[in-house]
Structure formats: structure tokens, C-alpha cells
Design a protein around this ligand. Structure first.
Ligand SMILES: [Mg+2]
Length: 229
């Protein structure tokens, strides 16, 4: 039986792509730049690439926040104070969160039956803001943000830190639920816990990452928890 659930936030409990779009548009508007839908998608691709580079240990976390805009500027010929833009963007990212489907209800319904923690890679400011404002912060037992932990998922050290803080962790009774193969599922493999891949688009797993359960909607978590009983 599962005792401890680790939830990813972006792309799992929250629709990161939707909030990212809103935040990027608002941030650029503050600098008098009207960013198009196409340019927003381009930013999103560059951002994903930068985070993957960070996950592989190729660049430092602080570089993600500026590099993503410098790369976009190279292609679009925009220019403004990147540090300032990033700060404003992070504020909007915290404010303009979009919950994924019925995520709040699912997590709320599991409260008391399972210990639930949020495990997220990202910047403390927007992550804290949206976790608090969305109500998720009141429902879960705790939050671990990579920025504050000192290393990201999928590193084993990240999970070691979480487990030390959580206490009384039985790896066989611990499950991570997340959308990312490279951070959540690989992280789960590294930590030696049960991996539940939230894969709403039905993407094929072409990696060597081991998946124990796969769900297309968050409500399917109930079936998974029932199966493990
Ligand atoms: Mg995610």
C-alpha cells in the first residue's frame, strides 16, 4: 500500500503551458513588446531546452533564466533588460497559474489517506506563489522546490534531501507522479521508488526510464492506488 505520494507541479497538477503563455505575453507587454503566438511557442521550446540542459548538468540553474531570453532575442531581434524581464516574468508566472483539470479535487480527496508532497524544479518565487494561491499548499503536507533544495530532480540527492526532511520513508510505499520522463520518472528510478507517469498525450517512452504505472488523466490515480493495495 502506498503511504507517500510525490506530486510534480508543472505539467502535472498545473497546466504549465497555459500559464507560461499568459505570463510571457504579460511580461513582454510591460516592455512595450507585443509577442506573437508563434514567438511564444518559440520561447517555450527554448525554455524546455534550457531546463533539459540544466537537468543534464550542462548549465547552471541561474543561467536558465537569462539564456532562454537571450536565445529568443537572437532570433526575434527583441531587446530589453533581460534580468528585469525575467523578474517580471517570474512574478506573472506565479500569478497566472492554471490548474490542470481536477487536480485540486484529486489531491484534496487523498488528503488524510496518504502523505502528499510537492516535488518541483524551478524558482522559489513563482512556485511558492502559485502553490499558495491555488490552495494546493494548504492540502499537501509539504513542498520541495529544487531552487531551495540545492539540486534538481532527477538527481538522487534531491530525493535524499526530501526523504530526510519527510521522515519515515519506505521506498516501496512511495510513488512519484509526474509528466516528465527526464526529471520525474528518471528521478523516481534514481530514488528507487514507484513511478507513475502522467502522460495525457500518450507519448511513447523511447528512453530507458522504467515506468510502473501510466495514467492519461489525474483521476486514474485512484485506480493505480487501488491496484497497489
Ligand atoms: Mg512537470
Amino acid at each position: 500500500m502506498i503511504d507517500l505520494i510525490l506530486w510534480d507541479i508543472d505539467g502535472t497538477l498545473m497546466d504549465f503551458k497555459a500559464s507560461e503563455k499568459k505570463a510571457i505575453k504579460a511580461a513582454f507587454a510591460d516592455f512595450g513588446i507585443d509577442i506573437t503566438e508563434e514567438q511564444t511557442s518559440l520561447y517555450s521550446e527554448i525554455n524546455d531546452k534550457c531546463w533539459k540542459m540544466y537537468e543534464r548538468g550542462e548549465i547552471e540553474r541561474k543561467d536558465v533564466f537569462t539564456r532562454r531570453f537571450y536565445e529568443l532575442f537572437k532570433i526575434t531581434n527583441f531587446s530589453c533588460d533581460v534580468e528585469k524581464l525575467n523578474e517580471i516574468y517570474l512574478t506573472y508566472l506565479g500569478e497566472k497559474y492554471v490548474l490542470q483539470d481536477n487536480s485540486l479535487q484529486v489531491v484534496t480527496s487523498l488528503k488524510g489517506k496518504y502523505r502528499q508532497y510537492i516535488v518541483t524544479n524551478g524558482h522559489v518565487k513563482p512556485q511558492t506563489m502559485k502553490i499558495t494561491d491555488s490552495g494546493l499548499g494548504d492540502v499537501v503536507d509539504g513542498v520541495f522546490i529544487s531552487d531551495a533544495v540545492g539540486c534538481p530532480k532527477p538527481e538522487k540527492g534531491y530525493f535524499d534531501y526530501c526523504f530526510l526532511k519527510i521522515g519515515n520513508v519506505d521506498l516501496k510505499k512511495t510513488m512519484i507522479i509526474g509528466d516528465s520522463l527526464s526529471s520525474d520518472m528518471r528521478g523516481g528510478n534514481n530514488a528507487g521508488i514507484i513511478c507513475c507517469w502522467y502522460n495525457p498525450d500518450g507519448t511513447e517512452n523511447k528512453t530507458d526510464v522504467k515506468i510502473d504505472y501510466e495514467i492519461k488523466s489525474l483521476s486514474e490515480v485512484y485506480d493505480v492506488l487501488e491496484k497497489i493495495k
